[in-house]
Design a protein around this ligand. Structure first.
Ligand SMILES: NC(=O)c1ccc[n+]([C@@H]2O[C@H](COP(=O)([O-])OP(=O)(O)OC[C@H]3O[C@@H](n4cnc5c(N)ncnc54)[C@H](OP(=O)(O)O)[C@@H]3O)[C@@H](O)[C@H]2O)c1
Length: 245
């Protein structure tokens, strides 16, 4: 797919990798970004220029459905959904405190929201030319980081769901892609970027992601994320050790 002349919703497009994707796509496409913080969306628009914004917490079903209704009215040509919004709750599995809350938040943001959005938009997307659903996940779907246990589990569930969706839609015009990212230097890490693995910048992550999608790859492994499935199969203990240094 060309990703040119398309109308694209990027969830979590006001910062990090979503912002880099929006910047890279805005020139040739109609791009809509959503996020919870209106000021952050305004700053993103000031930086990118030609981009539309939607205030929406994608984990809130009412807000999400209202956004979908608004988008279908305002942008009936919408044909690409990029499920990028994500976040993690640091978790210690051996400590009960806050663990149920962390699990609920990580599953809601990293699994339920992207799945619900793809379901809510599917009947519209099947009628659009060059339609696509692009889910952003991580190499950690293969080798989880135990401090981010529910984030990794939620992304692994999204990885599985994405494969099922691609299979179900294989005869339809809707293409389903997954981008599996390595460590990327963004606010996602809340100032605590791991020092054991070298991070890439969000612009480089977006560049490689879009290159893979434009080449028609179903699963786009960016940078070192491509090592994860091999370690998971050939040397899972070593892989877990590297991830959890
Ligand atoms: N950074 C990494 O190392 C890395 C590695 C692998 C995969 N990923 C994945 O890449 C994607 C982007 O991550 P990032 O590093 O760019 O994160 P980021 O810099 O923290 O940006 C997250 C974006 O999502 C938005 N967001 C968060 N919660 C939201 C919600 N409930 N509803 C709507 N928008 C929400 C944020 O805006 P508001 O806060 O204003 O809502 C922001 O625009 C995520 O799916 C992440 O799991 C990241």
């Amino acid at each position: 797919m060309k990703l040119s002349g398309d109308t694209i919703l990027i969830t979590g497009g006001s910062d990090g990798i979503g912002l880099a994707l929006a910047s890279a796509l805005a020139g040739d496409n109609t791009v809509i970004i959503c996020g919870r913080d209106e000021d952050r969306l305004k700053r993103a628009r000031a930086r990118i220029g030609e981009v539309h914004t939607e205030v929406c917490d994608v984990t809130d079903a009412a807000q999400r459905q209202a956004m979908v209704q608004r988008l279908l009215q305002l942008y009936p040509q919408l044909n690409v959904l990029i499920n990028n919004a994500g976040g993690k709750q640091p978790t210690n599995l051996l400590c009960d405190q806050g663990i149920h809350h962390a699990m609920a938040r990580d599953l809601a943001l990293n699994f339920e929201a992207p799945v619900a959005l793809s379901i809510d938009l599917l009947s519209h997307l099947v009628s659009r030319p060059r339609a696509a659903i692009i889910n952003i996940t991580t190499g950690l779907v293969h080798l989880p980081k135990v401090e981010q246990v529910f984030y990794c589990a939620a992304k692994a569930a999204l990885h599985s769901y994405t494969r099922s969706l691609r299979w179900v839609l294989r005869e339809s015009p809707v293409k389903v892609h997954e981008v599996l990212l390595p460590l990327v230097n963004t606010n996602f890490h809340q100032g605590e970027l791991p020092s054991t693995i070298r991070a890439i910048g969000p612009e480089e992550a977006a560049r490689q992601a879009l290159k893979g999608i434009r080449r028609g790859k179903a699963e786009v492994y960016v940078g070192k994320a491509s090592l994860a499935p091999w370690f998971a199969v050939l040397a899972p203990q070593t892989g877990m050790g590297i991830m959890n240094r």
